[in-house]
Design a protein around this ligand. Structure first.
Ligand code: AMP
Length: 423
């Protein structure tokens, strides 16, 4: 006998009721964006490899270690997307969206792929809901995006912490980079870190090893190097967040794993998740368009991790709305009744009532068990005698009460009992 296949390492299946729960999380993330005028965009799950190398940065872990890259039969080098910003900006430029009214506000939802070391909350295939606002430098748009993410977490009943930082623009970064390099070169570091100091010193700030955290404690912080304009942008953002009643923590050492960020940087953290505590994050990427061959075009965006957010919801013991189930479950006794109830269930569904029925010859006992498991409020039972009388028995599965109702008006009766609006 051959062995059962399993989902590949670092991936997982979502089966009911968690399958429904993940949809509810996605929906909660999308709703604030729709209310704020963001338009839905979909791009392919793979892109030219060079897009990510250019945008995310060659020395990042994402590009150097985690990409699912391959050469197609036709000889093209492609990569399963590890993130959403570069593809969405690529699409906006390709379709000239930036030549219309700005900011171009877009949102998306989909699968991402990173060859990471799997652990709780860290997968090789995961999903994100993301949003991007392209074409304005106004800090109000940074604040808007942050508030929309906060509203999504609130709608899910989650308590998350918001960390903010500014990485500065090209005006501020070179001096900071030099100061950080100067500081780090004078420390005792391993070879790999030493190399990183020369190549991409800001990446070193992301090193979570305790010995490195100790080294970094005294390191210079970007806040002391911000130009007047960068400082004004960051202060404006913080004031808007305060006005919106959004609490935040300044985290002068916050950096994220992608190189394209400028100025605003933020992360949402949930404290019930252990090591992989970031449930979402984002920032500004004012130089990215030019890196992709486009015009100078500022932008800001975020991506929220859908699975990690679901884990946070579960860690807090929260229930999610609309996790499946039906309202009515039909139980036929005999073939003629089955045919009749098939028609009734079809009519119920077309009238907007979630309905299901017992199939196969299960008998009354087995079918009633299925009705209970279905989560339905009402079971409708029809036997030969009922058919002869032109009725169905409606059983209230909560109270146990049962009463006959005319088959002719059964759908209307059930809709009335369920409080459905008039058809
Ligand atoms: P990033 O694209 O790295 O900014 O990540 C945004 C969010 O996506 C993170 O805060 C996580 O919630 C989620 N995420 C990123 N990588 C993974 C992964 N390997 N597994 C699960 N979730 C992830």
């Amino acid at each position: 006998m051959s062995q059962l296949f399993r989902a590949p390492r670092g991936t997982f299946d979502l089966v009911p009721p968690r399958g429904e729960a993940i949809l509810a999380v996605r929906e909660a993330m999308a709703a604030p964006l729709r209310r704020a005028g963001y338009g839905y965009v979909e791009t392919p799950t793979f892109e030219e490899t060079a897009l990510f190398v250019r945008a995310v940065g060659e020395s990042t872990d994402v590009v150097s270690k985690e990409m699912y890259s391959f050469t197609t039969r036709g000889g093209d080098d492609v990569t399963l997307r590890p993130e959403g910003t570069a593809p969405v900006l690529r699409a906006a430029l390709e379709h000239n969206l930036h030549r219309g009214p700005v900011p171009v506000k877009l949102w998306y939802s989909g699968s991402y792929y990173r060859y990471e070391r799997p652990q709780k909350g860290r997968f090789r295939h995961f999903s994100q809901v993301g949003a991007e606002a392209i074409g304005t430098e106004d800090p109000a748009i940074d604040a808007e995006l942050i508030v929309l993410a906060v509203d999504a977490y609130r709608a899910l009943g989650l308590t998350v912490r918001l960390l903010v930082n500014s990485l500065g623009s090209d005006e501020s970064r070179p001096a900071y980079r030099a100061a950080l390099q100067d500081y780090l070169r004078r420390r005792d570091l391993d070879d790999e870190t030493r190399e990183r100091v020369e190549l991409n010193p800001l990446r070193v700030l992301d090193d979570k090893r305790p010995e490195m955290q100790a080294v970094l404690k005294e390191a210079p912080v970007i806040a002391d190097f911000l130009s007047a304009a960068d400082r004004a942008h960051h202060d404006a953002l913080r004031a808007l967040l305060t006005d919106a009643g959004v609490d935040y923590e300044d985290d002068p050492r916050l950096v994220r794993g992608l190189d394209y960020y400028t100025r605003t940087l933020f992360e949402f953290v949930h404290d019930g998740l252990g090591a992989q505590s970031a449930v979402g994050g984002g920032g500004r990427y004012d130089g990215l368009s030019e890196l992709l061959g486009g015009p100078r075009l500022p932008g800001v965006g975020w991506a929220l991790g859908v699975e990690r957010t679901l884990l946070a919801v579960e860690a807090e013991g929260r229930a999610l709305p609309g996790t499946g189930g039906v309202d009515v479950f039909a139980v036929p006794l005999g073939e003629v009744a089955a045919r009749r109830l098939f028609a009734v269930v079809t009519e119920l569904r077309r009238a907007g009532v979630a309905a299901d029925m017992a199939t196969g010859a299960r008998g009354l006992k087995g079918s009633m068990k299925a009705a209970d498991r279905s989560g339905a409020r009402y079971a409708i039972v029809v036997g030969e005698r009922d058919l002869a009388d032109g009725v169905a028995q409606i059983k209230d599965l909560r109270s146990g009460d049962q009463a006959p109702a005319s088959l002719q008006t059964l759908v209307a009766e059930l809709r009335k009992r369920l409080g459905a609006p008039d058809a």
